[in-house]
Design a protein around this ligand. Sequence first.
Ligand code: NAD
Length: 509
Amino acid sequence: MAQVPPTATVEGVSIDTRHWIDGTRVATSTPNTSSTPNTSSTPPTFTDHSPIDGTPLAPIARGGPGEARAAVVAARTAFPGWAATPPVERARLLHAVADGVDARAEDLAAVETADNGALLRSHRRGVMPRVAHNFRYFADRLLALGHEDFDTRGHTNHVSWDPAGPAVLITPWNAPLMLASWKVAPALAAGCTVVLKPAEWAPLTASLLADITHEAGLPPGVFNLVQGYGEEAGAPLVADPDVRRVSFTGSVPTARRVAGAAAANLVPCSFELGGKSPLVVLADADLDLAADLAVEQYDNAGQVCLAATRILVEEPVRDAFLGRFLDRVAKLAQGDPRDEATDVGPNIHPRHVERVDGFVRRAVEAGAKVVTGGGRNTALGGNHYLPTLLTDVAQDSEIVQEEVFGPVLTLQTFPEGDDDEAVRLANGTRFGLAATLAAGDRDRAARIGARLVAGTVWVNCFFVRDLSAPFGGARSSGIGREGGDWSFDFYCDLKNTVTAPKGWEAHHE
Ligand code: NAD
């Protein structure tokens, strides 16, 4: 009996949910070790559900070591050709991918919202244009890369950016295509070939990206996609000895496993991990702006790595700030993310909601007060969790120290004028991804900002991200920086070629 390939129609968009390896759609050939024995003619799959209402969206190819290896071999085989492709041509192809993203932006937005529950209006207006921009930006940046030449006693030093080789890119579910393109675009621009493994809770737009790269004319094996669970499909990819770079965005515990596997092959990793970032509200801040910034932290139902989930307010303005904040929370519309009027959609998965709620229940048991929210939105049901604010939380408590990754904020205060205490609280977790300051006096903000441990500090703004800026986290929030030339630095092996002048003989040294 012929095998039935996994495909689906989601929001009217037809999606082939098999792997994409060496320019071909591939179903999983054999069951994975942890799968139930596959005695039927149907290739192993898992079911992807919508966080909006729990409906099954699609069967997804459930990859394992066989698919991982095949994808790396395809990437390794395609690498010399892609690395030797002139930058102008690589850039042209990346612009064609960006054109493909633009042309399918509506489909991509609709499918992404069905798959991960983030707001359709954000996907349409912000995210998908940004995905296309990622490809255009790194295409253009490639053409502007400086190739330094300098002289050493008549010898020429020529510094070149040599692509490192096949790169494995592992992404999370909270911003699937955005984060995939943030890795795929610079890796391909640098001349690496790639294997992308998207998160199993939101794998659909990666499948559409495979179509787009194909239609754009990328040669077979340059972009490969393996679907599946982390332990089954991700683990063999990051352990493969033919891989030269691993770029991972996800949680700290998974990063430890990835780092261990990559270390065995001495493969450099870029890690973009979790956060527990502060929003420091100084007494002279515009409190309306501060409250707007605080409420923004509920975006994507709080599932944002950069979210400033710890609000630290200077004591004299605590009540004035809190009043403004609660006014805004009361106006937040929670509901279906496809509805234009919705501000806060569902969380990704029932298991994740359970985890978020566990943090809140344990915090309350430990003495935290619920100022707003504090549980599931029972009126809406499903994966909807109320935007929550907790006070009376100790700095060393779990709710202040651990990333919840849901719509849950804490509020603490520091004494008037006590910058040391503000800095102590702000820096007082093992994370260091970002920090936001709401301040009137920019000099004071600069003094405090200089003391914060964070990859990005925002003053009177949030989430402003230029692709030319370095992006990453300190401490447990990550290793390495991407963005601008930092991305090329990661995906390349820099090489210095020293050439003697004509007629030079070594013994003249
Ligand atoms: P996760 O760590 O559970 O999974 C991330 C990816 O790793 C998934 O694709 C998963 O399948 C894969 N994976 C799991 N086990 C693996 C293994 N052993 N080997 C290889 N791959 C494996 O994270 P998540 O729940 O999908 O995402 C949420 C986390 O991501 C949060 O901690 C969040 O802060 C973080 N995040 C960070 C950034 C950033 O830029 N710093 C951005 C977005 C999300």
